[in-house]
Design a binder for this molecule. Structure first.
Ligand code: UT7
Length: 331
């Protein structure tokens, strides 16, 4: 029997924390205004994870919905790929999600590529399917950046929010993943960090240990903005080229939700009309690896994205990393 090595994205799901922090509430924390945040970013609200919620519980809740939409069971899953920069456990949280789902046949591991995580994860998952190794992959993008934000730094704290999104990718006779391109540039790493800071302790004469911790997120917003507006259209063009398509063939432009001005500028450069740009930034802010799958899931569930629509998705962020994938939605 011929093995299916095409890829179909057959289910999506998302989950966000209950607590909603509005722009107005941010003015009590830092010197800012609803007007500044709205006009400079498009963000109105962000969801904040409480101590009763966790990355793995959000990821599992999103996954259950994606699995149900795909019409499979947790037992059918061969691989769980959790893309996150904020695991509950530094050793990884994918196995906790596996346990929560009862996906006992799945191998599970974390993948970190910041806000590009979901895109990098999609391409990684695709390789396992293409080679015929796995048939059903659960790909999750989840982040809780609120844990790592300096809530006294107005240049970053207004931007981020928490959430999780998931998709099921399945081996299929017809291939719906049409093209992709991934990029990294570590020379620009210093523009966006959640860095480890050592605290040196002497264990024995001449032997020290660096027993530190992670500092809050730091970002050179202007440089990251410039990078995104230049590199995202380029990488989408490259992915379109690989898919033998052009920008006119795109039904939906699905970008990492970092800033409405970035979404607008990228769409303008690609000559994609505004009504084809998916945006839910106002409700959630920048949810890092979760932003693309949450936006995808909402657009699918409200009937905007339909079966066989062509989607150009692009993620970009820390690393620096960026990438794009062109795929058709559904079985
Ligand atoms: O997910 C990873 C990818 N991340 C991104 O894509 C983020 C990319 N960068 C951006 O989206 C934008 O650069 C920001 C939204 C972060 C900042 O917007 P900007 O238009 O580049 O503002 P700016 O940094 O140039 O700041 C303009 C002014 C400054 O004041 P001065 O120096 O002109 O007096 C800031 O201090 O706005 C001030 N400012 C604020 N004012 C009120 C910065 N943050 C705030 C704030 N409220 N929250």
């Amino acid at each position: 029997m011929q093995q299916n090595t095409g890829i179909a994205i057959t289910g999506s799901g998302s989950a966000v924390p209950t607590a909603c922090l509005e722009n107005q509430a941010m003015t009590a924390l830092v010197e800012t205004s609803d007007e500044w945040i709205t006009t400079r970013t498009g963000i109105k609200n962000r969801r904040i994870t409480s101590e009763r919620e966790s990355l793995s519980s959000l990821a599992a809740a999103a996954s259950l919905k994606a699995i149900a939409m795909a019409g499979i069971t947790a037992q059918d899953i061969d691989l769980i790929l959790l893309t996150t920069s904020t695991p509950d456990d530094l050793f990884g949280s994918a196995c906790q999600v596996q346990a929560a789902l009862g996906a006992n046949h799945a191998v599970a591991f974390d993948l970190t590529a910041a806000c590009s995580g979901f895109l990098f994860g999609m391409v990684t998952a695709a390789q396992y399917i293409r080679t015929g190794v796995y048939q059903n992959v659960l790909l999750i993008g989840a982040d809780i950046l609120s844990r790592w934000v300096d809530w006294g730094d107005r240049t970053t704290c207004v931007l981020f929010g928490d959430g999780a999104g998931a998709v099921v990718m399945q081996a299929s006779a017809s291939d719906k993943l049409l093209g992709f391109e991934l990029k990294s540039d570590g020379t620009q790493n210093h523009f966006l960090n959640l860095a480890y800071v050592p605290n040196t302790q002497e264990l024995a004469p001449g032997i020290t240990v660096s027993k530190g911790g992670y500092q809050a997120i730091t970002m050179n917003g202007k440089e990251v903005y410039r990078f995104a507006v230049q590199k995202v259209p380029e990488v989408i063009d490259k992915a379109l080229f690989r898919a033998h398509l052009s920008a006119e063939d795109i039904d939906w432009l699905l970008l990492h939700q970092a800033n409405q001005r970035i979404l607008d500028a990228v769409a303008q450069r690609l000559h994609v009309p505004k009504d084809k740009v998916i945006s839910n930034l106002a409700n959630y802010g920048n949810t890092s690896a979760a932003s693309i799958p949450i936006a995808l899931d909402e657009a699918v569930r409200c009937g905007k994205i339909k079966a066989n629509d062509t989607i150009a998705a692009s993620g970009f962020g820390a690393g620096l990393t960026w990438g794009a994938a062109i795929f058709k939605w559904g079985k």
